[in-house]
Design a binder for this molecule. Sequence first.
Ligand code: FE2
Ligand code: FE2
Length: 185
Amino acid sequence: MATGYDPIAVLMDEHQRFLRRLGEVRADLRRLSEEGRGRRGLAISMSTFADFLAKDVDGFHGRKEEEGLFPILVRHIGSEGGPVGVMLDEHELLRRHQKTIARNVPKLETDREAVEAWTAVSAATDSVDRLLALHIEKEDQVLFPMARAVLSPAEMFEVAQICQEIEVQLGVGPGEGRPAPRDLR
Ligand SMILES: [Fe+2]
Ligand SMILES: [Fe+2]
């Protein structure tokens, strides 16, 4: 590739970063509840997580897949009912869980006994934890190898250009994601 930019490798690096972040969120939740710091700490942690899902997972990485890789891949394998369709459905589901978390976090901040809000947030976080890990596995194991097999070098270059444009637009280096949000705890 002329630019030396491999869009699939970059997306896979980002996946690894996301999996590390999921592990941190899990550990955070465990620690905060064990330390008995109440829902204030949890609310801040969840708010940071919602932001990460919206901006890094969806707005940055997801956008590179949906605007860069997927439209070019469907030229070869179609969309409806195929693996790209499944990936798009999962992106949508992740967006829905993100909205549930973001919508309920302010309730946790104002009312520590907001049981319903807390139930909704933990259910959505658990779902994201499972869904995102499986989603990444499917992309890494199935969709990306398929893309490598069917895309011509010119098409891979096209994907690379779109991905790089998005990175420039958002001011983010390849594979880096946005700078880590400030730790508010
Ligand atoms: Fe994806
Ligand atoms: Fe992905």
